[in-house]
Design a protein around this ligand. Structure first.
Ligand SMILES: [Zn+2]
Length: 429
């Protein structure tokens, strides 16, 4: 097989074709001056990272001479971190004054193409893996598969599709005329434990890697339905049990304390947002081993929209309440020892600005290395890919971000990207 691949690569090279076969078959050595192979353990100095077939073969001390057949990339003066992971994005959408109009005018194909453009920005911002937790099913699953097949540049995607919601809940169609609501509501809306089992099964059938539920109300749904628990306990338990039978984890959008606690109590593994968590909630997180995805960037973004006439009044009211609470929520969760995975809710904020969340994490009391760890090792476990991503070691995907400055000195260095490497392939911002 190896020989055939080589022949193909040579043939392709002689035809001037840059193929993935050629890219993957070449052995590449990255000469890394400062590399955070295991975020949390400080830099390793002067390491040679050997890459082949998209994966790391070895990380060795020092630099040596290599035969001409090996491609060497000299990054002796650069800072390298593992490819970043954003656990909460919406690639097929970006909020704007015309968002609600786009729901009426755009097809799922339009959403997929928007997603492709956003995916490229995300990758060039250093995020080589994302978890997409809400968007039209066909659009996001096709985008995921196209990127995986190497047809488009973008991060590796793990996707939930349209989240499971109670009728009239945060994830349902809200604020349209009855006729349009009828059209825009979907099989993701469920009522009662049995119906919610159906919704989980259908979501998995359509291609979901993970189950996302809206356990409480949310800010950007056009409804005065509050921010508290919306699914009953028995509905959540049925969703978790059904998902587990089919090998899927459940993550819950939740702001209100009652809704966060109901989710954790009924076996949901992670909470998105977590706005109203208190000491009791923090204790429950620790008891259940739950993970928090804080998305403070979304809070800051919507706080800036509270005087914008284009945002429907119910959303403006909820944004004014929730937005300003999120930074302090993160501070308390961190002090309380909650396991925290990096996530931004990008799509509320602009795609490609994901690293802004790091700045907010520092404000909430993280050290730069703790924040990077949340976006690598912790997020990799959270998205169930710890065997493939999150650290730089033999056997893992060759995903890394090459920075001009030291992010442990100044976290904004994560916005000063020289090169992104995903599956051993190079992308220059
Ligand atoms: Zn979200």
């Amino acid at each position: 097989m190896k020989t055939i691949a080589k022949i193909c690569a040579l043939a392709a090279a002689s035809l001037g074709l840059a193929t993935s076969v050629q890219a993957q078959d070449t052995k590449t050595v990255i000469e890394a001056g400062y590399v955070l192979t295991q975020p949390g353990e400080g830099y390793q100095r002067n390491r040679s990272i050997t890459i082949q077939d998209g994966r790391i073969v070895s990380v060795d001390r020092g630099f040596e001479d290599h035969p001409d057949t090996v491609r060497v990339i000299n990054l002796r003066d650069a800072y390298i971190v593992p490819g970043l992971i954003d656990s909460h994005v919406h690639l097929s959408n970006e909020f704007s004054p015309t968002s609600r109009l786009k729901i009426l005018s755009d097809s799922d194909v339009d959403a997929a193409l928007d997603g492709a453009a956003h995916a490229k920005k995300t990758l060039l911002a250093g995020f080589t893996t994302v978890q997409d937790v809400g968007g039209p099913n066909e659009a996001i699953f096709s985008l995921r598969d196209a990127i995986r097949a190497g047809k488009l540049p973008g991060p590796r995607i793990r996707a939930s599709g349209r989240g499971i919601t109670p009728s009239g809940g945060h994830g349902d169609a809200n604020g349209f005329s009855p006729a349009l609501t009828e059209i825009f509501t979907g099989p993701n809306a469920c009522n009662g434990a049995d119906d919610c089992r159906r919704a989980v099964r259908e979501t998995i059938r359509s291609g979901a890697d993970v189950i996302k539920i809206t356990a409480t109300g949310g800010v950007l749904s056009n409804t005065k339905a509050g921010l508290e628990q919306q699914f009953f306990d028995d509905e959540i338990a049925a969703i978790v049990e059904t998902a587990a039978m089919m090998g899927r984890k459940v993550t819950a959008h939740a702001h209100g304390k009652g809704g966060i606690e109901a989710a954790l109590r009924n076996g949901v593994q992670s909470i998105e947002h977590g706005t109203y968590l208190d000491d009791e909630t923090i204790a429950l997180f620790r008891e259940q081993g739950g993970t928090l995805v804080p998305t403070v960037l979304a809070g800051v973004t919507v706080t800036g929209w509270t005087d914008q006439a284009w945002l429907p009044a119910p959303s403006r009211e909820k944004a004014a309440i929730v937005g300003p609470l999120m930074l302090d929520m993160l501070r308390r969760a961190k002090d309380g020892g909650v396991n925290i995975a990096f996530g931004t809710d990008t799509g509320v904020s602009k795609h490609g600005d994901n690293a802004e969340e790091f700045v907010l994490m520092i404000e909430a009391g993280f050290t730069p290395e703790e924040a990077i760890r949340a976006a690598t090792i912790v997020a990799a476990e959270h998205v169930e890919m710890a065997g493939d991503i999150g650290t730089l070691e033999a056997g893992k995907f060759a995903d890394m971000v090459v920075l001009r400055r030291d992010p442990l000195e100044d976290i904004t260095a994560l916005k000063s990207i020289r090169l992104v490497i995903k599956n051993g392939e190079e992308f220059r911002p």
